[in-house]
Design a protein around this ligand. Sequence first.
Ligand code: GAP
Length: 479
Amino acid sequence: MANDVQKLQSIISHCKEYGFIFPSSEIYDGLSAVYDYGQYGSELKKNIRDYWWKSMTQLHDHIVGIDAAIFMHPTTWKASGHVDNFSDPMIDNKDSQKRYRVDHLLEAYADALEAEGKKAEADDLLATMDRLLAASDFEGLKKLIEEKKIKCSVSGTSNWSEVRQFNLMFSTQLGSVSEEASEIYLRPETAQGIFVNFQNVQKTGRLKIPFGIAQVGKAFRNEIVARQFIFRMREFEQMEMQFFIRPGTQKEWYEYWKKERMQWHLSLGIPPEKYRFHDHVKLAHYADAACDIEYEFPMGFKEVEGIHSRTDFDLKNHQEYSRKKLTYFDTELNQHYLPYVIETSIGLDRTVLMILSEAYLEEDLSTEGKKDSRVVLRFPPKLAPVKLAILPLVKKDGLPEIAREILSACRPHFRCFYEEKDTIGKRYRRMDAIGTPFCITIDHQSREDQMVTIRYRDSMQQERIPIPQIREIVEKEIL
Ligand code: GAP
């Protein structure tokens, strides 16, 4: 088993080798912090997206889904506060010209301290950093970096610029003629598409508070320090839900959604000790309470989802900037008000990395006198890109015909993979490497007794089952 430092590298290589994730436009040497999902990665990502969508909308009485455009009226981002506030404190190394996010630079230094066994010093550093960030004390942050003699990884020097704020939104031009074109932004979060449609959805859906609106879609951020594979990307996907509530009830709904979302994470089969909550000290410009659900990635505990109590910040500002009334009439209270909002916001790509990190296992299968090993992705069957591999033992004697009949019967219900090349052992290993939970092998005996061998990915146990049972066994595990 690779150690944790190597594990992320092993996952990155595995993802590339087995068609999960490639660097974007790789033939041109890639594009920093942008990735493409391959044949199995896109299936995995879709299955995670569908699982989230189903549990948030279909299985919830009071949540509906929408799909808003990426481009939005530019005033949206003025109202949301992103034009003025969506920035991070950055510092440049004057020798290498490399730009760093201040918090990332300090966090990396704290990680190094912790690795040297200086945990108390690392905790102290992070607490000081949080305090300075919360106070927007840029001079203090620069001083801290200098005091700790933190060096640039490129130049190796500590020749730092002042700390400055940089906006993370990408902009582009809308319109064909440059004089007529206006500047618009690529959305940095999907949430605003929900806020601007709040009344459309509430009125047409005749929805009563409390209710939620969910959305999955792309978001774009010009991350300065983009690293750790698909953990921090410049183009990524978010799965967000805004839950509209009566003002004054935000504390109880915030707790409710913290619990609900943690339950969802646990339903992925990930043990509770791999998760923790992290309460925000430095609150985003829109929140009165916020926390992250952190998962223990190979590079340590990191945010995978945010839960934010957003008050009426967004609706109030959209009302003001658009001059359209966005209040809701509560028939029970006989009162008009702007609803408060609890937001749950999870990164789809980060969830993919979480599922990959949890599933990836290098297993030593050596027996006395025989070395053997395998790499297996132990995905929950409902998320696995391929559910069933159908493998005739040989390419002749009528076995492919039986296998193809099974394929025709199963493929309308779940994703199957058919393969007749190579030894059965090699085929099993390839299926382990892409995380296929079930393989069935059709052999000569199958012609006589209409039975096949099913092999379970995790235990590698095999048993004979009647052909008509295949579908039932797989479906029981993937629903
Ligand atoms: N609407 C609230 C919002 O966007 P956020 O904490 O900035 O909150 C929510 O982002 C989630 O989106 C994060 O928990 C993370 O999973 C994901 N995310 C944010 N920035 C990301 C990036 N650059 N690359 C990949 N995922 C990202």
